[in-house]
Design a binder for this molecule. Structure first.
Ligand code: C2E
Ligand code: CA
Ligand code: CA
Length: 397
């Protein structure tokens, strides 16, 4: 685990090194308190800490899960306020995780991967945990090529497509779908968002990509309406860049108008992290779109900052339980408890609770017994190309 404190430099520069040092000591103490005996923690320098979790077993998925658990715990503990020399200070960590041995050959590789993952956590709004993926490490040349390819794909069209993953109630009736972007790259074949969203983000193309996705999703809705396929909303993932655009509300309304799609059939998925910055402005934009008929869902719920205080203020009708909790719900008591709590909370707040990443009947049973009513996952269907989705939907609306 590579841990870097957010805003430490600011604190150090503005309040002086004595305060900075005292804060670092308190951070170190909290790290030690959170770890097990057999784990190891070190300060690499500045505000960077490295933690080695040992004896996580041979199963990489299990190790990853354990790593995430510790990292999430640390994130919570380190984001608590600090009392330093009579002052109340706030910082939070950005944490990168890499697994050994997984495409790395020793300490320096492992450190580098965790460092890269930590940077990704910072990019995604800080106070976050991020796993290392090989695609993050594409060398500069390859990145540049992919960036140029993506620019061309956006200009010329024809390579990007949306796939649609059904959302159903346990009886099998279709209640909605989520649009997920794919890139049919002429040389590399079909790429998933994990393989090109980071490039899009790094090269400033994420906004443009998001506009394409929104336009295509609205166009699909109006095609379906023309074919008599109505009655369920289509969810679209919105990136932070889009929500922060001054003219976001107008853009969405304009896209809907141009396509002729019903605003009430469009659902925008946002994550809690997106609201950490420019909170008031973002909520105002959401309210404006809500008045226009657009719906909202909170994506990846449970992984982020989860502040009940402003969850209550959001005009969102749906809470999506993150698939990392769903995947272990019938084996891991902690995940089960989290999922139960989210379902109960969502229902008390009058929200529809949707579980993502449902892969088997055990998960489905656990979730429905506890009151979750909408499901999305491979157990029902993978994301489908448009023609296949339309066929699937026809039989289930
Ligand atoms: P997400 O919003 O959490 O989307 C769900 C992801 O989970 C999709 O991956 C989907 O294929 C996958 N998934 C669905 N059911 C299962 C399951 O049962 N098991 C497992 N293991 N996975 C399942 P995908 O399509 O690779 O998308 C990954 C992420 O990329 C999305 O996560 C979303 O954050 C982002 N993304 C996708 N499309 C767009 C887009 O158009 N715009 C933006 N801004 N982000 C997008
Ligand atoms: Ca989503
Ligand atoms: Ca999600």
């Amino acid at each position: 685990l590579f841990v870097d404190l957010d805003d430490f430099k600011l604190i150090n520069d503005s309040l002086g090194h004595a305060v900075g040092d005292a804060l670092l000591k308190e951070v170190a103490a909290r790290i030690r308190r959170t770890l097990r005996e057999e784990d190891m923690a070190a300060r690499l320098g500045g505000d960077e800490f490295v933690i080695l979790l040992c004896e996580l077993g041979d199963d990489p998925e299990h190790a990853a899960e354990a790593g995430r658990e510790v990292a999430e715990k640390l994130r919570g503990v380190l984001a608590e306020p600090y009392e330093v020399e009579g002052r109340r200070l706030h910082t939070s960590p950005s944490i990168g995780i890499a697994l050994f041995p997984l495409g790395n050959e020793g300490a320096s590789d492992l450190l580098k991967q965790a460092d890269i993952a930590m940077y990704r956590a910072k990019e995604q709004g800080r106070n976050a945990v991020h796993f290392y993926l090989p695609s993050m490490e594409m060398d500069a040349d390859e990145r540049l090529t992919l960036e140029n390819d993506l620019r061309r794909a956006l200009d010329e069209g024809g390579q990007l497509e949306l796939h649609y993953q059904p959302q159903l109630e346990s009886g099998g009736q279709l209640l909605g779908a989520e649009a997920l972007v794919r890139w049919r790259h002429p040389q590399r074949g079909m790429l998933g968002p994990g393989e090109f969203l980071p490039v899009a983000e790094a090269s400033g193309l994420l906004g443009e990509l998001g506009e394409w996705v929104l336009g295509e999703a609205c166009a699909a809705l109006s095609r379906w309406e023309a074919q008599g396929l109505t009655g369920f909303p289509l969810a679209v993932n919105i990136s932070p860049i889009q929500l922060q655009q001054e003219c976001f509300v107008e853009r969405v309304e304009e896209t809907l108008r141009r396509s002729g799609a019903e605003p009430t059939r469009l659902e925008l998925e946002i994550t809690e992290e997106m609201l950490l910055r420019e909170q008031e402005k973002s909520i105002a934009k959401m309210n404006a779109l809500r008045r226009y008929g657009v719906r909202f869902a909170i994506d990846d719920f449970g992984t982020g900052y989860s502040s009940l205080a402003y969850l209550r203020r959001l005009p969102a009708g749906t809470l999506k339980i993150d698939r990392t909790f769903v995947s272990d719900v019938h084996v891991n008591a902690n995940d089960a408890a989290i999922v139960e709590t989210i379902i109960a909370m969502g229902r008390h707040m009058g929200m529809q609770v949707l579980a993502e990443g449902v892969e088997n009947a055990e998960q489905l049973a656990f979730l429905s017994e506890r009151g979750c009513e909408v499901f999305q996952g491979y157990y029902f269907s993978r994301p489908l190309a448009e023609a296949a989705f339309v066929e699937y939907a026809r039989e289930r609306v």
